[in-house]
Design a protein around this ligand. Structure first.
Ligand SMILES: Nc1ncnc2c1ncn2[C@@H]1O[C@H](COP(=O)(O)OP(=O)(O)OP(=O)(O)O)[C@@H](O)[C@H]1O
Ligand SMILES: [Mg+2]
Length: 270
């Protein structure tokens, strides 16, 4: 199973989620990875005792060569792939120790996903698409309309995805990802299918909505321009995450904010 085919509409049944529409709890970091390791059957070490913490409201870009393990990292965080060792905690809850049902509930309530290929459901209207996480969390649908307004699609809730451009579809996906006020957004190359101007607009929107809702976010991208939208840029290399501006010293990115020089200028850090 991969992030792409399971995460957007995850879970066999609806159940209220702890944080859904209640906002982030702030008590625990949005995300903690401790000693996370993953080797595929071929013996390929993808993650090697990776340590990483993401604070509330923090927006981090993860870059790295193709095949280095960026999507694998997102899959492990989302509980869609199994680590060989180590721990993932989302809002203090141990994703790596939960059974499938509990992991599904955690994913459904606390995570939001944005994909390169949008993954907007073609037979549902825009409002219905955005309402999916609300329904899965037993929350009122009214927020779908609010979210469409927030992403610049006021009055388009009755339209179908085929009537939209790629940039507009990604706005719908962002509205859907954030509708249930998740604690953490996982975005895998969210501008990979967009032209540079549209990518810029979509990233400005993603950033604004992340900051408005207090969600933390990890965005995997191959684009340095896209990465510049983030508060910090980390490089996945040799199984670990390294600050993009810290040089090739092999240090893992243990704690956010511990290296002020890795913050990109010109952004708030709400
Ligand atoms: N299910 C799997 N079984 C075996 N190997 C896998 C599996 N999924 C990924 N890999 C391997 O793990 C490595 C990391 O893959 P991953 O998809 O995480 O890379 P990525 O950094 O996201 O690359 P890209 O930038 O091209 O999307 C690759 O060598 C890939 O072939
Ligand atoms: Mg990938």
């Amino acid at each position: 199973m991969t992030l792409d085919n399971r995460a957007a509409v995850s879970g066999p049944r609806a159940a209220p989620a702890a944080s859904a529409l209640g906002g982030p709890t702030r008590a625990a970091p949005a995300l903690e990875c401790r000693g996370l390791s993953k080797t595929y059957g071929s013996g390929r070490v993808v993650l090697d005792h990776l340590d990483f913490t993401l604070a509330s409201g923090e927006f981090v870009a993860v870059m790295g060569d193709s095949g280095v393990g960026k999507s694998t990292l997102l899959n492990l965080i989302a509980g869609l792939d199994t680590a060989d060792s180590g721990e993932v905690r989302i809002d203090g809850m141990p994703m790596t120790q939960l059974d499938d049902d509990a992991a599904t509930r955690l994913r459904r309530g606390k995570l939001g996903f944005v994909f390169q290929a949008f993954h907007v459901l073609p037979h549902l209207t825009l409002a219905q698409n955005v309402a999916v996480p609300l329904l899965l969390n037993g929350l009122p649908r009214a927020r779908a309309t609010e979210m469409l307004d927030a992403v610049g699609l006021r009055g388009r809730g009755g339209d179908f995805p085929r009537q939209l451009s790629g940039g507009e579809l990604q706005r719908v996906a962002i509205a859907r990802a954030l509708a249930h006020r998740p604690r953490l957004i996982l975005a895998d190359e969210p501008t990979g299918n967009l032209d540079p101007d549209t990518a810029h607009e979509v990233l400005a929107l993603l950033r604004a909505e992340i900051k408005a809702t207090g969600a933390a976010a990890i965005m995997v991208t191959h684009s340095t321009q896209a990465a510049a939208s983030a508060d910090r840029v980390l490089i996945l290399r040799a199984g670990g995450l390294h600050d993009a501006r810290a040089g090739d010293d092999g240090r893992d990115a243990h704690e956010p904010g511990s290296s002020p020089d890795t913050r990109l200028p010109g952004h708030d850090h709400a």
